[in-house]
Design a protein around this ligand. Sequence first.
Ligand SMILES: NC(=O)c1ccc[n+]([C@@H]2O[C@H](COP(=O)([O-])OP(=O)(O)OC[C@H]3O[C@@H](n4cnc5c(N)ncnc54)[C@H](OP(=O)(O)O)[C@@H]3O)[C@@H](O)[C@H]2O)c1
Length: 247
Amino acid sequence: MAAEFTVEASKLNEPFLHFMRTGRPLVTLKAAITLDGKISAPDDNQGWITSPRARAHVQELRHDHDAILTGIGTVLADDCLLTDRTLLARSRPLLRIVMDSQLRLPLDSKMARSSAGDLLVITTSASSADRRKLLEDRGIEVLVFDGPGGRADLHSAVEWLGRRRYLSLMIEAGSKINWSALESSSVDRIFFYYGPKILGGLEALPLAGGIGRRRRADAIDVHRITIHPIPPDEFAVEGYVHVHRDH
Ligand SMILES: NC(=O)c1ccc[n+]([C@@H]2O[C@H](COP(=O)([O-])OP(=O)(O)OC[C@H]3O[C@@H](n4cnc5c(N)ncnc54)[C@H](OP(=O)(O)O)[C@@H]3O)[C@@H](O)[C@H]2O)c1
């Protein structure tokens, strides 16, 4: 199964080399997408966009990362766990991160209930101190990073991970976080898994929401593309985002 994705020796060191060069983790934006670029259906979001085979590789990708980040929108919609389920030994526990400006994370969510010193919530100074205490009492770490638009700041979260020597971060989130990550130049690499489906409609969420880039000339460039075939009908696209960092 993993044969389609044999990792070149040079790539094994990639997060470390990136970290040594930049002081930040290598940030990979991962998504499962329909052929028409949708990540979510508006009414019933049960079921999967990609096959078990593709999802097995996502688990391998999670295993290769030090941290994984999502948005509160995804936690509320999917009640996801975001754990490494490969059962392979890890050098460091996978740190799970939720961007949650108002601390809406439900205490009975799978994420909160499964917390074992591996859950970090990034919030804003506008969130409730009582709510923060409730989460901290359950062993969940809460950090305040104020960002644009009154939201938790993704860029500061990435910098914080670098200071803690996290070498790699995988973002597995919904449209809003995906756009914030791209817009804030936080993404270094993309890994998009395409399922052989079309959802259509203006309400199905696109990979990246926000205001997007309003002119073709301003589109975010992706280069060094690799296509990973996933027989019989799927493929993943790996590529590197052309990062213009002014911070
Ligand atoms: N196919 C896939 O690969 C995939 C993967 C994950 C999720 N999904 C789907 O995506 C859907 C959820 O999408 P979504 O856009 O609502 O969820 P999201 O992007 O995961 O979370 C969005 C929420 O995160 C919070 N947030 C905190 N800091 C933020 C920041 N800097 N920038 C943007 N948002 C920030 C905001 O709520 P506050 O303002 O309250 O903080 C925002 O509403 C679900 O249907 C889920 O199934 C699909």
